[in-house]
Design a protein around this ligand. Structure first.
Ligand SMILES: Nc1ncnc2c1ncn2[C@@H]1O[C@H](COP(=O)(O)OP(=O)(O)O)[C@@H](O)[C@H]1O
Ligand SMILES: [Mg+2]
Length: 610
């Protein structure tokens, strides 16, 4: 990972900006893709077109100047209007044609470069998205999902912005400045070049400095705006409370005060902008006046013509045009560089759980599972599993019971290899899962999780998610086994019914049955049921129980149970408490021991018969 300066960097601003500008180099593989000659050509051509269009932009005013001179000459020599026309028309048309060509070249660049820019945005977005899915569960639990997708969104937008402004607007303006300086120097004299360069450079420095200075007013303005809006919303939400206490005037006063804060910040922001505008205008016009004075001096001395002064003015005003938005562009470019840096920092984040280089595929799964002295914690200071050892023989069913928080669901997360262990190992068919690819391990296991979340799509889509390309008949068979087919069929839209965000339009029990259906459809060698029927009423649970038992007959099954009556027939029952297996045995044996299990059993029997 590249060390990034923290947000509130103590580094000087300029240094941070330089680091960020260096970050632009990371875009190179997209603009200059290895082996993709077509794209390399496009990028090259786009740069050539930009330079060429700037050459034309700087060159065309000279034609206009010549047109002015030709007119003046013609008028002075008392020629007929027709002759004047012919003399002048060539230059004027030439000027118009060059200007038009310059625009065509600039816009033509879009045709050539748009595919490259879009390819870069898409590639970066897709790579970041894929990387997010590669990052481990812990990372995702700690980050807000909305925040992650915003990083992609903003990062991609920043690339577009940087191309548009840095590469094709601000950057070329400096090329134009250099060309203008060279043209002045060649055509007239070096003083013009010096004035142009000094003025533009001071303009840029002034704009950058004052924009930095203004940033704090803008931030303050935004902060006050948020504050006022927050107060308004809070007050209106409490409409009734306000009425109970007759506090309308109080609320209005508070709102007005917040608005006053905004007003103050907004005034400073506006007036500071005016100051900046005045300063910018002063510099620009100072440049023009100096040039005019110099030109007038040259005319008096017969070294320049009226046409030349026209050309000089045109070139300078042309140069000034893109500088008008420099303050805005500077602010936005800075933001874009920060957004891009965030995205690339995310890209460089290493996944916590990684396949080893020599990882092999778990093939022809038989399904024997062994936990060997597994120790595990989510956070270092709080051990969750303490020396957990057990084995599930191929085709057997092992049940895990115990109080909530004992670490039961953690067993399934470890089997899926969402986390690395603190000690011990987990074996499938005698192979340490750390030596296998994560993908092949996950392919072999099907889980009905404790909390099922669904994609905001149709029920059919959510079931079929287990096996892309499953036929409708397969989907319905799975749904029938999960006792959910009749419910779905009775819905007006059947399998096309949308389940809402995270599946919120389904009840807990319906969601659980959809989750069971999709796991049955996956048809895995190893089955994990994590309190898979906890949200169902006893009658439905009994119905599904049969299907689940049938499903678990032919495969290795780990049942995490909540109602003990559902696991009576398990080959082995593990009782967990505080991260340890405290009892193990069959239902009968455990009842005989008179320990935690038999106590739990008695309590459940009582509540069920009560
Ligand atoms: N991502 C996590 N980060 C930190 N602690 C966690 C995390 N997930 C679960 N825990 C804690 O680990 C313990 C075991 O959780 P879990 O295995 O889900 O228990 P259960 O036996 O109820 O399924 C709980 O105390 C829980 O608070
Ligand atoms: Mg659990």
């Amino acid at each position: 990972m590249v060390a990034m300066p923290p947000e509130s960097s103590t580094k000087p601003n300029e240094e941070k900006l330089l680091t960020q500008l260096r970050g632009l180099l990371r875009l190179k593989p997209y603009l200059w893709p290895e082996g993709n000659w077509a794209f390399k050509f496009r990028t090259f051509a786009a740069i050539c077109l930009t330079i060429l269009s700037k050459v034309l932009a700087v060159g065309s005013p000279f034609l206009f100047g010549w047109a002015v001179d030709a007119t003046a000459r013609a008028l002075g020599s008392g020629q007929s209007w027709g002759a004047i026309w012919i003399g002048v028309i060539g230059y004027v048309l030439g000027y118009g044609a060059l200007k038009l060509l310059s625009v065509i070249l600039t816009e033509g660049r879009e045709y050539i470069f748009a595919p490259v820019a879009q390819f870069a945005q898409r590639s970066v977005a897709t790579a970041t998205f894929a990387h997010m899915h590669n990052l481990s569960l812990r990372y995702h639990l700690e980050k807000r999902t909305g925040g992650l997708s915003r990083i992609i969104e903003r990062g991609v937008r920043s690339i577009d912005f940087l191309f548009r402004f840095l590469l094709f607007n601000i950057g070329p303006t400096f090329i134009e400045l250099i060309m203008a300086a060279i043209a002045f120097w060649l055509a007239y004299n070096g003083y013009f070049s010096v004035i142009a360069i000094v003025i533009v450079v001071s303009y840029v420095a002034f704009t950058v400095m004052t924009t930095e200075w203004r940033l704090k007013f803008r931030r303050e303005m935004n902060r006050k705006d948020t504050e006022a809006a927050g107060k308004a919303v809070d007050s209106l939400l409490n409409y009734e409370t306000v009425k109970y206490f007759g506090a309308e005037d109080f609320e209005t006063g508070r709102y007005d005060q917040a608005m006053a804060g905004y007003q103050k910040a907004a005034i400073r922001s506006r007036t500071s902008l005016a100051t900046v505008n005045i300063g910018q205008s002063f510099l620009m016009n100072l440049g023009l006046v100096l040039m005019m004075a110099l030109a007038a001096y040259e005319i008096v001395n017969g070294r320049m013509s009226i046409g030349d002064i026209t050309a000089v003015t045109l070139i300078m005003t042309q140069l000034y045009r893109p500088l008008n938005i420099l303050g805005f562009a500077y602010r936005e470019i800075k933001q874009a560089l920060t957004d891009m840096e965030k995205m690339f920092t995310l890209m460089e984040q290493d996944p916590e759980v990684q396949d080893i280089a020599a990882a092999t595929e778990l093939a022809e799964v038989k399904g024997r599972i062994e936990f060997d002295q597994v120790r595990f914690h989510y956070d270092e200071d709080r051990p969750i599993l303490k020396d957990v050892s057990f084995a599930i023989e191929t085709g057997q069913t092992v049940a895990v019971v115990g109080p909530t928080g004992a670490g039961k669901s953690t067993l399934s997360r470890i089997l899926f290899r969402f986390y690395n262990l603190a000690g011990g190992c987990v074996l499938i068919d005698g192979q340490n899962i750390n030596d296998l690819t994560q993908a092949s391990v996950r392919r072999a296991i099907g889980i009905v999780p404790q909390d099922t979340v669904m994609f905001n799509d149709s029920i059919g889509y959510n079931i079929a998610y287990a096996r892309p390309g499953a036929s409708q008949a397969d989907i319905e068979r799975a749904a029938k086994d999960a006792q959910i087919h009749d419910f779905i069929a009775a819905l007006p839209k059947g399998y096309d019914t949308l389940v809402g965000e995270r599946g919120l339009k389904l009840s807990g029990g319906e969601k659980q049955r959809v989750a069971i259906a999709r796991t049955l459809l996956k048809d895995p060698a190893i089955l994990i049921l994590d309190e898979a029927t906890s949200a169902l009423d006893s009658a439905t649970e009994r119905d599904i129980q049969a299907a689940l038992e049938r499903a678990s007959e032919s495969r290795t099954t780990l049942v995490i149970a909540h109602r003990l009556s559902t696991i009576e027939r398990a080959d082995l029952i593990l009782v967990m408490d505080e991260g340890r297996i405290v009892e193990r045995g069959t239902h009968k044996a455990l009842l005989g021991q008179g320990g935690l299990y038999s106590a739990l059993w008695k309590r459940q029997q009582e509540t069920e018969t009560a």
